[in-house]
Design a protein around this ligand. Structure first.
Ligand code: FDA
Ligand code: NAD
Length: 433
């Protein structure tokens, strides 16, 4: 089969869903746009997979969380796409991209040609089998990236009810999945190599709170070591995790969250790359005219910090998609749009805690508020101060207004003369900006 579209979005995740909505807003004729995705379902809000999807009661399921509900927008059901004449080419993996002839080829041998391509392939998970960790192919050693992974995890939780879970990795997946397994009544142990959890964002003071909070919930935390091997029973089901420090943990389920890799392989030597991603301009166009990269795969100019960055979070996936489509449509009518001017925004929630972060976590950190894990209503945060200005803010337990205030601070970058006064003022400093 050979098909031609004016616009093709390669990948059917968060960025694809938001790009489709923007195309519809800007005006797209039936038959002009296709989304090609190896997943069997229309675009959905991926963050739900590590949160509501794993709840023991009233779990989130599709069609409940198709894009764009995660940002309070319209839920785009498969019917929405067919009504707009947008073709969803699902369960279709593209295995070859020839940008010179503007042709994509699927695993089944079908070809898709386009005039404009949006690459939205996102990330793949790093697996322990990639490093040849002994026994890492055993059953119930699980990863989480898509619906199929989440369904495997739900099935494993049912099969190993009230069992023991070992979570390998102390990043986003590690923290969110430890909580999910605990809520499902598993005996949970986290293992990670660093001195504290989520070191790419958290300071020691921030991590102190979450580690204490998780410990109070009954989660065991083993730091400074990694999993070096696994034992399995006669069925091939994992039974033990062997750690580098010599200890051995019993396990019915192992969840691994040791990072992701942007899926750029199809475009090697065809598109300029930087910092592991496909290099784009402020409109998400790559070094190849008419080829755009959005979401996790894009390394784009972060105007606020005057440097190229790649961001693996949902807010940027949504906004980069909208920016690219607006730029494509403006170009067609001889107009232009403003450069992308992104303020980094990350968040997470688990149990009863929820944090938000805006800006850049560089310079000196200034911890404020009550970060005692045993507090009835903990509320604390951190400012990052660089060259006498606040450049980043983290807040646990903030209200909607307070979260808006910290976003404003990170954008405005107010000067700080007295760091001690900033610490004492805490969130009040942000409220006044
Ligand atoms: P995304 O991964 O969403 O989509 C990529 C799509 O491309 C997938 O459908 C994939 O199957 C498809 N694809 C890839 N290669 C293909 C090929 N060759 N052929 C066809 N299709 C192909 N962020 C955040 O800010 N807050 C949060 O709470 C969370 N929570 C969260 C939970 C979990 C479990 C994950 C895995 C990730 C998060 N994230 C997050 C990160 C966030 O979800 C992520 O940054 C966005 O989904 C990125 O959107 P993209 O569209 O770039 O990739
Ligand atoms: P991550 O980069 O956040 O964390 C990986 C962690 O694993 C780090 O602490 C790392 O040092 C540790 N690690 C590395 N090698 C290890 C090993 N051999 N043994 C044990 N630990 C090891 O990545 P992740 O948590 O796997 O998340 C994957 C992707 O999903 C990322 O893009 C992330 O942004 C995204 N995600 C985001 C959210 C959110 O924003 N709330 C939630 C879930 C997932």
């Amino acid at each position: 089969m050979a098909k031609h579209f004016k616009y093709v979005i390669l990948g059917g995740g968060v960025a694809a869903g938001y790009a489709a909505r923007e195309f519809a807003k800007q005006g797209v004729n039936p038959g002009e746009l296709a989304i090609i995705s190896k997943e069997p379902v229309a675009p959905y809000e991926r963050p739900a997979l590590s949160k509501g999807y794993l709840f023991p009661q009233n779990a989130a399921r599709l069609p409940g969380f198709h894009t764009c509900v995660g940002s309070g927008g319209e839920r785009l059901l498969p019917e929405w796409y067919s009504e707009k004449g947008i073709e969803l080419v699902l369960s279709t993996e593209i295995v070859k991209a020839d940008l010179a002839s503007k042709t994509l080829t699927s695993a089944a041998g079908d070809t898709f040609t386009y005039e404009t391509l949006l690459i939205a392939t996102g990330s793949s998970v790093i697996k322990l089998t990639d490093f040849g960790v002994q026994g890492a192919e055993s059953n119930n050693i699980l990863y989480l990236r898509d619906i199929a992974d989440a369904d495997k995890l739900v099935a494993a939780m049912q099969a190993k009810k009230d069992g023991k879970a070992v979570i390998v990795g102390g990043g986003y997946i590690g923290l969110e999945l430890s909580a999910a397994l605990k809520i499902n009544n598993f005996d949970v142990t986290m293992v990670y190599p660093e001195p504290w959890c989520m070191p790419r964002l958290f300071t020691a003071g921030i991590a102190h709170f979450y580690e204490g909070y998780y410990t109070n919930k009954g989660i065991k935390i083993l730091k400074g070591t990694v999993a070096v091997g696994f034992d399995a029973d006669a069925n091939g089901d994992v039974t033990k995790v062997k750690l580098k420090n010599g200890s051995v943990l019993d396990a019915d389920i192992v969840i691994v969250g040791v990072g992701g890799r942007p899926l750029t392989g199809l475009f090697k030597r065809q598109v300029d790359e930087e910092k592991g991603g496909l290099k784009t301009d402020a409109f998400f166009e790559t070094s190849v005219a008419g080829v755009y990269a959005i979401g996790d795969v894009a390394t784009f100019p972060l105007k606020l910090y005057n440097e190229q960055r790649r961001v693996e979070h949902v807010d940027h996936a949504r906004k980069s998609a909208e920016q690219a489509v607006r730029a494509i449509k403006a170009k067609e009518s001889g107009e232009s749009v403003a450069e992308y001017d992104y303020l980094p925004y990350f968040y997470s929630r688990s149990f009863d805690v929820a944090w938000q972060f805006y800006g850049d976590n560089v310079g000196d950190d200034v911890l404020f508020g009550d970060n005692d894990p045993a507090s009835a209503k903990p509320k604390f945060g951190s400012y990052w101060v660089k060259d006498g200005k606040v450049v980043g803010v983290f807040l646990e337990g903030g209200s909607a207004e307070e979260n808006q205030a910290i976003a404003k601070v990170a954008r405005v970058q107010p000067p700080v003369a007295d760091v001690q006064a900033l610490k004492e003022q805490g969130i009040e400093f942000a409220a006044k900006i």
